[in-house]
Design a protein around this ligand. Structure first.
Ligand code: HEC
Length: 158
């Protein structure tokens, strides 16, 4: 009788474990993943304005340029650590994210990439509103810092 009870308890435990843990975890990751992608979308928006002006596809406007540079720096200063939860890479979440697991396995490399972006943005905010030449002088390093993180840590679009 005792044995049977033990087995039954064990059976319950096994049944609980058989519930796909990965699925439950993946749902918990939805909001942080959406949040970090939203931050990146804003990065893309501001960078699109600055790049458009630098390439001459958009008329240079000091106020817009300064606003975009300040916006990027503000984004770089956000504490987004709670959006980058270990186990929320594309090895676990598949096509829901383009974040590669190397973000966590090579840590703190990714943090250094963030620091590099912030440094480039601190330079950009000083020059973006001073004229087209100023913007052109500062935007290259920022673009490099975005790409410098995307190359190792962001998967291709599927
Ligand atoms: C420290 C690393 C890092 C830096 C720096 C970085 N990114 Fe990203 N970016 C990522 C990762 C990782 C993803 C994929 C996120 C995901 O899908 O969960 C991403 C995604 C994106 C996306 C796609 C967002 C979407 O899901 O629609 C855009 C656009 C983007 N980044 C723009 C930028 C721009 C512009 C910069 C520079 C101003 C930048 N990023 C700097 C790591 C970085």
């Amino acid at each position: 009788m005792k044995m049977l009870k033990a087995l039954r308890i064990a059976g319950v435990a096994l049944a609980v474990m058989a519930v796909p843990a990965a699925g439950a975890q993946a749902a918990d990751m939805d909001r942080p993943v959406a949040a970090r992608q939203a931050v990146m979308k804003l990065n893309g928006f501001y960078m699109g304005q600055l790049g458009g002006m630098a390439k001459g596809e958009m008329a240079y406007d000091a106020k817009v340029a300064e606003g975009a540079a300040n916006g990027l720096l503000a984004l770089a200063k956000l504490d987004t650590s709670s959006m980058w939860i270990k186990g929320s890479g594309n090895d676990v979440l598949g096509t829901k994210t383009r974040a590669k697991p190397e973000i966590w396995s090579t840590y703190p490399d990714v943090a250094n990439k963030s620091k590099a972006l912030k440094a480039a943005l601190e330079d950009l905010v000083k020059v973006a509103g001073t004229g087209l030449e100023g913007l052109k002088g500062g935007i290259g390093a920022v673009g490099k810092a975005c790409g410098g993180c995307h190359k190792p840590f962001r998967a291709e679009k599927k």
